[in-house]
Design a protein around this ligand. Structure first.
Ligand code: MG
Length: 163
């Protein structure tokens, strides 16, 4: 890869909701009536974050690295996916500048959990909390998010060279 000074990446993910909590988002478990359905732990925010990092590096996506038909990835902690993307970022000679995240969920309210999620993302990425922005939006009661059928996440990440 050309050693560009800056690289930008975007990630997006959607997971269906199913009855029964807790709800895993951003590496923390939130008490809720529903959880996300998926092959791994279905952490929609960590999946979008992983894809943003891989996207910035033009290294494919989470499905390429961790196929959802691989039994090794069943119920897997999505922190492993972020770890691998971070390892590849470091190997390519980059460090994280900042990330901006949006979680789209009709329920629950994420504001009370924002600082815990930011702290967990900062820990996973080995950056200061100030490098992590987290916003939450509802679906305004329309669409799959608004009808509480799904939760979505979007993340944009800026990488910079380490030297
Ligand atoms: Mg996913």
């Amino acid at each position: 890869m050309n050693q560009d000074t800056l690289r930008i990446g975007i990630g997006h993910d959607t997971h269906r909701l199913k009855p029964g909590g807790p709800l895993r988002i951003g590496g923390i478990d939130i008490e809720h009536s529903h959880s996300l359905d998926g092959h791994s732990d279905a952490d929609v925010l960590l999946h979008a974050l992983t894809d943003a990092l891989l996207g910035a590096l033009a290294l494919g996506d989470i499905g390429t690295l961790f196929p959802d038909n691989d039994p090794a990835n069943r119920d897997r902690d999505s922190a492993d996916f972020v770890d691998e993307a971070r390892r590849q970022m470091t190997a390519a000679g980059y460090q994280l500048g900042n990330v901006d995240c949006i979680v789209f969920a009709q329920q629950p309210k994420l504001a009370p959990h924002r600082e815990a999620i930011r702290a967990r993302l900062a820990e996973l990425l080995n950056v200061k909390t100030e490098a992590i922005s987290l916003k939450a939006k509802t679906g305004e009661l329309v669409g799959p998010v608004g009808r509480r059928e799904a939760i979505e996440a979007q993340v944009i990440a800026l990488l910079e060279t380490t030297d």
